[in-house]
Design a protein around this ligand. Structure first.
Ligand code: SAH
Length: 350
């Protein structure tokens, strides 16, 4: 699609027209990646973070307002074991940018998983050094997720301040690095961050395509009242007309446009979307999504990983969610994916 067409769709408010687009994306999804919904067990390994991302509820500015935790090696292994018990094809280890999750600790964990299970491993540990990416890939890590959050430099600098003594690192450069190392590479954005216009969001979607991503994570921005962005401080001012809403409908439209423009990518129906409505997961699957990430983090830690308020999975017991998810997937005519659920796009080039 051309940029102008994407912008027109983003500005479309008539629900019958939006639904036409979502249906088209559903057909593209069926033809390019099929009916399988891949399940990835999410492990939120640490809420310790050295970053001050202005949207995120566990950023360093929160200090000790929130109790901080880092899972032990054994706790992480228990989560991987649970993923095996539930027959999930892969796990995603996500965390704040925590130097205490050392290169060696993560490497040891990856090796254990590779030696004892058939799981694919995705890492989402923020901006780390290239030699760490290489070591983890050599140890067996398959995939890396790093959302670029926005393709607009000014907006990015507003919401994602650099570390002290650090120049702005370009996440696009890191994504290219990850691809070159051989990772299945994922990125994504939030929908409706303050200062995000329809044009910026259209550029984000075009960037997904240009980067040739294997996975794309898209969810609505949910203001966290303890963050400076959530409090409305230092916003980039754009008019109400230009500002993209952080609604369920808009998120579905962005998912649909992403599926149409990147047919073979793996596209999760995100937890953030399901936070907006009980039917959010199904909704995301119906407008292009083909992945769900059930949360395997022990409940005692889960409420402490509150990147945004009222995350839909905070009280969701892993076993209970697991019992329901198959039924929920089948109720909309889809099947639970078997195996690792590698990206079709990645497999076709390797
Ligand atoms: N530290 C890692 C993982 C961050 S959490 C990293 O920076 O890559 C994963 C994603 O959650 C983020 O990339 C961001 O897009 C999303 N997120 C963070 N705060 C959010 C909020 N308030 N609302 C919605 N999504 C949010």
């Amino acid at each position: 699609m051309e940029k102008a067409e994407i912008i027109n769709w983003l500005k479309e408010t008539e629900s019958s027209k939006q639904e036409t687009l979502w249906r088209e994306a559903d057909i593209v999804r069926k033809n390019s990646v099929g009916d399988a919904v891949h399940l990835r067990g999410l492990i939120e390994a640490s809420n310790i973070c050295s970053r001050r991302c202005r949207y995120c509820g566990i950023n360093a500015d929160q200090g000790s307002n929130i109790p901080r935790y880092r899972m032990t090696y054994d706790e992480m292994i228990d989560c991987a074991q649970l993923a095996m018990d539930y027959n999930y094809g892969s796990i995603v280890v996500q965390a704040g940018e925590d130097p205490g999750l050392t290169t060696e600790l993560i490497e040891r964990f990856i090796k254990w998983v590779k030696d004892h299970t058939s799981l694919a491993i995705t890492l989402s540990l923020g901006e780390r050094d290239e030699d760490e990416f290489v070591r983890w890939h050599n140890a067996g890590a398959d995939r890396y997720l790093l959302r670029f959050e926005t393709s607009n430099q000014r907006l990015y600098e507003n919401i994602h301040p650099p570390l002290k003594c650090q120049k702005h690192v370009n996440r696009f450069d890191i994504l290219k690095q990850l691809k070159d190392i051989g990772y299945e590479t994922g990125s994504g954005v939030m929908v409706g961050i303050p200062g995000q216009s329809h044009e910026i969001l259209a550029n984000d979607i075009l960037s997904f395509k240009e980067l040739g991503l294997h996975m794309i994570g898209i969810g609505p921005y949910i203001p966290h009242p303890q963050t400076s962005l959530g409090k409305g401080e230092n916003l980039i001012c754009i008019s109400n007309k230009e500002q993209v809403p952080n609604s369920q409908e808009m998120t579905c439209t962005v998912l649909a446009l992403t599926r149409i423009n990147c047919p073979e990518t793996n596209l999760p129906s995100t937890t953030a979307l399901s936070t907006l409505s009980n039917e959010g997961r199904e909704q995301g699957l119906k407008c292009g999504g083909n992945v769900i990430m059930p949360n395997l983090t022990p409940l005692k830690y889960r409420k402490l990983y509150e990147i945004y308020p009222a995350k839909s999975c905070i009280k969701e017991d892993a076993q209970e969610f697991h019992n329901q998810i198959k039924k929920r997937i089948e109720s909309i005519g889809r099947t639970v994916g078997k195996g690792r659920g590698d990206s079709v796009k990645f497999l076709s080039c390797h």
